[in-house]
Design a protein. Structure first.
Length: 384
C-alpha cells in the first residue's frame, strides 16, 4: 500500500468506519451540501461531515466565493496578510475572553501551542487532561512517545470533580488543565466552575479544547453556552468549514507568553483558510445557524433515542449532545453491521463519537436518515 494504514487521516480508514466488514464505501470523489459521492459515483447522506470539520455544508457558496477570491489573489506570500488581523479581531469579538489570537493549520497543533504557552506562562511542566486533544506527543502514550513525556500528563475522567481535585492537589504544580467541555454528553457546570476555580487557586492555566464545540453549540462554544470562561480556548474544525485552520485564543497576559518561545509554521498565514474563516464568522454572526444546528440536532438525537428504545437488541443508548451525537450499539459486531447496512442504503453514519449535523441538513433529510437506520436495525433484529 502506497499510504501506510490506507489513508493519512486515521479516522477515515475503512476499518475505523466499518470495522472488519466489507461493503461500505472506501474513497470519495466529491461532496456538496450534506452529501458525498464515492469513487463509483454512489451518493450518500453524510452524517459524519468530515469528522465535524464542516458545519455549514460542503461547498457552501459563501465560503466557496471567499476562498476562490483568495486563491486568485495568490494564496500566500512573504508578508502576513491583512486578513490575519481581520479574522483575529472578529474571533476576539465572538469568543469569550479572547483578547489575543494565534492561528494554526490543525486542532492538534493549536492545542499543543496552548500547552506550550501555559508552560511558559507558569514556568511549570505538568498538565491535566480530559478528552481527546490530537496525536502529538504531549497528550499521547502511544509507541514512539518518550516515557518522560508521558509522565508529565495526568488524565482524568469527564465530569469527575473528585478526580480533578486530586490531580490538582498532587505534589507537582500544574501548568495547564486542558478539558474537552463535551465528552459523550454535556458538562456539569459545577465541573467547569471547579476547573476554573482550581486553576485560579493553583496558578495553572485553564484551557478549553473547543475544536468540536465552537461554532456548533454556540459561536463561542461551551464557554459561551455554559458561562465559564477559560484562560485559553482552542477552536477549529467548524471555523474553516473544511479548510485547514485553527486558533488558540485567550487573555492577553497568558497569550503574550507566545512571544517568549518559538511557535510558528510557514502556512499558518496562508489566506485561503483565513478567507474561509471570515466567511464562516459572517454566517454565524446572526445566530440563526447555531439555532438551526440545535433544532435539527435535537430532531436527530430524539430520533436516535427512539430507535434505541425500539431496538434494544441492537442499540444500548444515545451518547453526546444534539449537535454531535451517536448511537451506542450492543457490541462492536452489531455496530459494524449497522454502519455497513446504512451505507448500503445511502447513509454514512458513525457508530462512535460523533455524527454532526450541519446547516445543510434539513428536517426532511434527517427523517429519511432515521428511517434508513430503523430499517437496518429491524433487519438485524430478525437475525438475532
Amino acid at each position: 500500500m502506497t499510504i501506510p494504514n490506507f489513508t493519512s487521516t486515521g479516522s477515515k480508514r475503512p476499518e475505523a468506519l466499518f470495522g472488519d466488514l466489507t461493503g461500505g464505501p472506501q474513497t470519495m470523489i466529491r461532496s456538496e451540501g450534506c452529501r458525498l459521492w464515492d469513487h463509483d459515483g454512489n451518493q450518500y447522506i453524510d452524517m459524519i461531515m468530515a469528522l465535524g470539520a464542516v458545519a455549514l455544508g460542503y461547498a457552501d457558496p459563501r465560503v466557496v466565493a471567499a476562498t476562490t477570491n483568495a486563491v486568485s489573489a495568490g494564496t500566500v506570500g512573504s508578508l502576513p496578510p491583512t486578513l490575519e488581523l481581520a479574522v483575529a479581531e472578529r474571533l476576539a469579538a465572538a469568543i469569550p475572553g479572547a483578547e489575543s489570537v494565534r492561528f494554526f493549520k490543525s486542532g492538534a497543533e493549536a492545542v499543543a501551542a496552548a500547552v506550550r504557552i501555559a508552560r511558559v506562562y507558569t514556568g511549570r511542566e505538568r498538565v491535566i487532561t480530559c478528552g481527546y486533544h490530537g496525536w502529538l506527543d504531549w497528550c499521547q502514550s502511544e509507541p514512539g512517545v518518550p516515557h518522560p513525556v508521558t509522565q508529565l500528563r495526568t488524565e482524568i475522567p469527564f465530569n469527575d470533580i473528585a478526580a480533578l481535585n486530586r490531580a490538582v492537589g498532587d505534589d507537582e504544580p500544574v501548568a495547564a488543565i486542558v478539558l474537552e467541555p463535551v465528552v459523550d454528553g454535556p458538562p456539569d457546570v459545577e465541573w467547569l466552575d471547579t476547573a476554573r476555580r482550581l486553576a485560579e487557586g493553583s496558578g495553572a492555566v485553564l484551557v478549553f479544547d473547543e475544536i468540536k464545540t465552537a461554532f456548533r453549540i454556540a459561536t463561542g462554544g461551551a464557554a459561551e453556552r455554559f458561562g465559564v470562561v477559560p484562560h485559553l480556548m482552542v477552536v477549529g474544525k467548524g471555523l474553516g468549514n473544511g479548510f485547514p485552520i485553527a486558533a488558540t485564543c485567550g487573555s492577553k497576559d497568558v497569550m503574550d507568553a507566545a512571544t517568549k518561545t518559538w511557535i510558528s509554521s510557514t502556512l499558518a498565514t496562508e489566506f485561503v483558510s483565513l478567507a474561509a474563516a471570515l466567511a464562516v464568522l459572517d454566517v454565524f454572526g446572526d445566530g440563526k445557524t447555531v439555532e438551526h444546528l440545535n433544532v435539527i440536532g435535537s430532531q436527530f438525537m430524539h430520533g436516535l433515542d427512539k430507535l434505541a428504545r425500539d431496538h434494544p437488541k441492537v442499540f444500548q443508548a444515545v451518547r453526546g449532545i444534539p449537535q454531535m451525537c451517536y448511537l451506542q450499539c450492543t457490541d462492536s459486531s452489531v455496530s459494524q453491521s449497522v454502519a455497513v447496512g446504512a451505507a448500503r442504503r445511502g447513509v454514512l453514519v458513525k457508530l462512535s463519537a460523533y455524527n454532526f449535523v450541519s446547516l445543510a441538513h434539513s428536517d426532511h433529510v434527517i427523517e429519511g436518515v432515521l428511517q434508513q437506520i430503523d430499517q437496518v436495525a429491524t433487519e438485524l433484529e430478525a437475525t438475532c
